[in-house]
Write a new protein. Structure first.
Lengths: 369, 259
């Protein structure tokens, strides 16, 4: 790229930074094979060209200040492709992952943590080892995150999350009334990431193909672009970002609305659940054991802190709602008003601690620190 | 000067479809190689004012007319707030009237029935009860509508039927696990699909009647392979044009299913 075009790009990025920069962007990198056919270099070369496009887009996103980039590298359905194509993709994954974690200037400069999301039991052993190594080497990087989804489908993710939550209920670590939309969201592969803001699919197809459907079907700007992935450059991303910026306000408002509704529903459920009397000693023990378990299992502190910060933030925003709900509930019993509210607040707090402990404890998510 | 036969006899043997149905059938054309069985529509409603609610009902009635004429079996309409049960009845009446009007010169008027999703607990109990019972799509729809025959199943969804309903389903599964009815290790994709698709099937086509492409919390489990049709100028494009363009686009698409 010439110095002039690089300079123009920098100016464009600076202009974009005057508006909202989406914290989390997702890409369905479709059209590599078709592009390979179009420029007559073959399917395999098409995949490599696709990887180069990914590097460029990743660099641009990092320069703009995007925190999380999630890409659809390989679907569980793609295992149905001819074995030689699957083989090529696995080889590509192995080479490029090794490159990324060992000597990628981009990863080092922006402190990118690499995560591989999906059901890794489906991968061949050699690929799995490279994946584990890449994730391990970059796990201390937390300034930005690159989520490579392979092999991934959204339904598998939702099934995994449901299974783990129901398992938690069976093991008496959770109550059924603890399960809300945000708890389910916090059990997915993308749990330590902010919600998705933009989802882009290239190659002109207008479907999601089982990619991040939970994350993109509310408060997310979805775009279908009619060009192949290797042709997708910053200049094609620019209008998408501008359209996102026009909508950023309404997206934030919808998210607040969903959170408010979620808190209302969860407080209604707590009202119906039995009031459990736990003494404060047990509560503090639970909290310290959660912290200890988190550290002991090799889970980095930032995740625990992140979860706790999120909970603190949601707690502060929902306390007003809880107090209103609680006061309506105790309308008839004025003499027990203060006692009822204390009990209610402490019940809600215990519920949050229980959920937080479950989520940190359950290090079941592979390749996700 | 028509003969007696032409005037009295022939119209009964060869009924003439009214103008509108004929136009629609001509517009759809014969080159639609693929037709969706279930079309989903995101049609936001501002239920704060009566006139807007009235307009929304009118739009749904029109969509029902066109869906029946196109041979679609199920139409799901996603709106913001849930539809009050009384308004569901009003909508049903309106749809009956509009279909009777649309098909007034044909022999039989097709039947479209409106429903909203039942509660998660009821749906789950139903799934458990019908474990191992085989029934085809038509029988299932009839059962959901209380045994009445119908040509088009109209489902009215609200934003709470999306992500929130999935979370509620997981909660219900948790309660079932506590009651030893299921075990967490049996929760596979097929199992989840059985539970979640009991009330609503997967749409093949989703049309978004909003200025921006916002999926508005449409049940996430169901839209993994759905073709999503949207146009940023939808406010000025007639609804009929959008509907036709969506069907034509769907007919052209090729699904590779991963291969």
């Amino acid at each position: 790229m010439s110095a002039l075009s690089r300079a123009i790009r920098t100016v464009a990025i600076k202009a974009l930074q005057c508006g909202a920069i989406p914290p989390h962007v997702g890409f369905i990198m479709d059209g590599n094979r078709c592009y390979g056919c179009k420029v007559q270099v073959g399917n395999s070369r098409g995949y490599y060209l696709g990887y180069e496009a990914l590097e460029e887009i990743l660099a641009v996103c990092m320069e703009m200040g995007v925190k999380v980039v999630t890409v659809y590298a390989f679907s569980i359905e793609n295992f149905k492709r001819p074995p030689d194509q699957v083989e090529t993709l696995m080889e590509l994954a192995k080479t490029k992952l090794a490159e990324l974690c060992e000597h990628s200037e981009l990863v080092n400069r922006y402190g990118i943590g690499i995560r591989v999301l999906g059901d890794d039991t489906l991968l061949p052993e050699d690929v799995r080892q490279v994946v584990r190594r890449a994730v391990d080497l970059t796990k201390k990087n937390n300034r930005a995150i690159l989520n490579m989804c392979f092999p991934y489908t959204s339904r598998e993710e939702l099934t995994m999350a449901s299974r783990s939550l129901v398992n938690g209920i069976e093991a008496y670590e959770l109550n059924p009334s603890d399960i809300t939309t945000s708890v389910l969201e916090d059990s997915l592969y993308t749990r330590s990431c902010p919600p998705m803001d933009i989802l882009v699919r290239t190659s002109g197809e207008i479907r999601l193909s089982d990619f991040m459907i939970w994350q993109s079907s509310r408060a997310c700007h979805v775009e279908f672009i009619d060009c192949y992935w290797p042709e997708f450059t910053f200049w094609k991303l620019l209008p998408i970002l501008l359209r996102y910026q026009l909508q950023a306000g309404s997206i934030a408002q919808s998210r607040r609305e969903y959170e408010r509704r979620d808190n209302l529903i969860s407080s209604e459920k707590s009202n119906h659940a039995d009031i459990i009397e736990e003494d404060s000693a047990e509560t503090s023990e639970a909290v310290s054991s959660a912290a200890g378990a988190g550290a002991g299992a090799g889970v980095p502190q930032d995740l625990t802190e992140h979860v706790m910060t999120n909970l603190r933030l949601s707690r502060s925003s929902s306390e007003s709602t809880l107090v209103t709900a609680a006061s309506e509930y105790d309308e008839d019993e004025e003499e027990e008003d203060s006692r009822g509210m204390d009990c209610y607040n402490c019940q809600a707090k215990e519920k949050r601690q229980r959920v937080a402990e479950f989520l940190t404890h359950r290090g079941h998510l592979p390749n996700s620190p | 000067m028509k003969t007696l036969v032409q005037v009295f006899f022939l119209p009964h043997l060869f009924p003439v479809a009214p103008e509108l149905v004929r136009i629609l059938r001509a517009d759809l054309g014969t080159d639609l190689v693929k037709k969706p069985k279930h079309v989903a529509v995101i049609l936001p409603a501002n239920s704060s004012s009566e006139t807007e609610e009235e307009e929304w009902h009118a739009k749904v009635a029109q969509l029902v007319q066109w869906s029946v004429a196109s041979g679609i079996k199920c139409l799901s309409v996603m709106r913001t707030d849930p539809l009050h049960p009384q308004l569901v009845e009003l909508l049903q009446e309106r749809i009956n009237d509009s279909l009777a009007d649309f098909y007034k010169e044909e022999k039989s008027v097709p039947v479209a029935r409106v429903r909203t999703l039942r509660s998660v607990e009821d749906s789950l109990q139903d799934v458990v009860k019908r474990q191992g019972v085989d029934e085809n799509e038509a029988q299932r729809l009839q059962r959901l509508h209380g045994g009445r025959k119908l040509d088009l199943d109209v489902v009215i969804l609200s934003e709470r039927d999306g992500h929130d309903r999935l979370a509620t389903s997981v909660r219900a599964l948790g309660e079932a696990a506590l009651g030893d009815e299921i075990q967490s290790q049996n929760i596979t994709m097929k199992f989840m699909d059985q539970q979640l698709s009991a009330e609503l099937t997967e749409p093949e086509l989703l049309i978004v009647f909003k200025d921006e492409l916002d999926l508005s919390s449409y049940p996430p489990w169901h839209i993994r392979l759905t073709e999503i049709f949207h146009h940023p100028d939808q406010a000025v494009i007639p609804q009929y044009t959008m509907f036709l363009q969506a069907l034509h686009r769907y007919a052209k698409c090729e699904q590779r299913f991963g291969k």
